[in-house]
Design a protein. Structure first.
Length: 112
């Protein structure tokens, strides 16, 4: 019997933050985080995926904005505002790619 996965905003936020923390402290690699998200997504009932996707994208957007605010605050504090990291565009491309892939998978799941 498949395991039920909560698709509440709080549950998804908790999942994302745990994965971010595991990556930051070195417990997981980027590939392991990606695989964890794939396994988690597979546990979500297809009917619940649109809501899960909506909440996941909201959490990712808020997380990106928080990281960007931290980066800007650090640049202001260290007076290195002109030396913006190239990671921000990379992060946005990653989030954009995830959004597109999730949308494709959801549309494939709902048409099948």
């Amino acid at each position: 019997m498949p395991q039920e996965v909560s698709v509440s905003y709080q549950a998804i936020k908790s999942k994302v933050y745990r994965l971010i923390d595991a990556l930051v402290v070195g417990e997981k690699s980027e590939a392991e985080v990606q695989e964890s998200i794939r396994r988690w997504w597979d546990l979500i009932h297809p009917a619940d995926r649109p809501v899960a996707q909506k909440y996941l994208l909201a959490v990712l957007e808020h997380s990106y904005l928080a990281v960007d605010a931290i980066e800007e605050g650090l640049m202001d504090a260290t007076e290195q505002g002109a030396l913006r990291s190239s990671e921000s565009p990379k992060t946005m491309r990653l989030v954009s790619r995830m959004v597109k892939q999730a949308a494709r998978q959801t549309s494939i799941s709902t048409t099948a």
